[in-house]
Ligand binder design. Structure first.
Ligand SMILES: Nc1ncnc2c1ncn2[C@@H]1O[C@H](COP(=O)(O)OP(=O)(O)O)[C@@H](O)[C@H]1O
Ligand SMILES: [Mg+2]
Length: 216
């Protein structure tokens, strides 16, 4: 099973949004994805578990992992070919556990975010694990919730430039369809927003390419 981890120490950056849309899109492309909600159930935060409770029976299967032992949990699960972990940001141990479990980590970066700390911390955590394991997991930034006017803050730009990994060309812009789909337990493919759909398709295309290249 290939594992993709959405990791960022800051919340509200689009981890759950990208995880759910990616899982639905991969399922549409013929994969058997498992969504992993790595964090305590939190009614204040729209989590994968909340999303899953509203989604229909056709939606990707979801499990919750409360303890920072994502790797062990996944090693005992069969019947899926790709796991997508949505790791809660405020728990460092959970983020590190998700990094350990992943073949590819995606770090959503919200260009307008005032606080670059969460990005710096997760880049350090990924680097530390790559140093231990000859470069695993692979990693990419993914620009999330961009607006026409949102130029990346200088400090964020610097972290992205100096990190030992690059960013996806594709990303999400700020669009109502994302919030609607998350709230309704669906994906942007169930909304009429063609732009949002093509953003998610492009993210999924790039991820498939990276995973294929990494396999070789
Ligand atoms: N591209 C986007 N456009 C508009 N709203 C978005 C977008 N991405 C996420 N959101 C909204 O922003 C909030 C935080 O996103 P979420 O995916 O829950 O972030 P995280 O999991 O990192 O906390 C949610 O209300 C979500 O609907
Ligand atoms: Mg979330």
């Amino acid at each position: 099973m290939t594992t993709i981890g959405l990791v960022q120490r800051k919340d509200d950056v689009g981890k759950t949004t990208i995880a759910t849309n990616l899982a639905v899109t991969l399922q549409d492309r013929g994969y058997s994805p498992l969504l992993v909600d790595a964090g305590p159930q939190d009614p204040q935060q729209g989590t994968v578990r909340d999303w899953s409770a509203k989604s229909g029976s056709q939606a990707p299967e979801t499990i919750g992992v409360d303890q920072p032992a994502v790797h062990e949990k996944l090693s005992s699960i069969e019947g899926f070919d790709i796991a997508i972990i949505d790791a809660v940001g405020k728990l460092k141990e959970m983020t590190v556990s998700a990094i350990k479990a992943s073949d590819l980590t995606l770090v959503p970066v919200r260009p307008s975010a005032a606080d670059p700390k969460g990005i710096g911390q997760v880049v350090d955590d990924i680097k530390a694990h790559q140093d231990l394991t000859k470069g695993r997991p692979d990693a990419r930034f993914v620009i999330s919730r961009a607006t026409g006017s949102s130029k990346m803050g200088e400090q964020i730009q610097q972290i992205v430039n100096e990190a030992p990994f690059g960013r996806l060309d594709a990303g999400t812009n700020q669009r109502v369809a994302y919030a609607r789909a998350l709230g309704e337990g669906s994906s942007v493919h169930e909304t009429g927003d063609k732009e949002a759909q093509s953003e998610i398709d492009a993210i999924t295309d790039e991820i498939e390419q990276i995973l294929r290249a990494d396999e070789q």
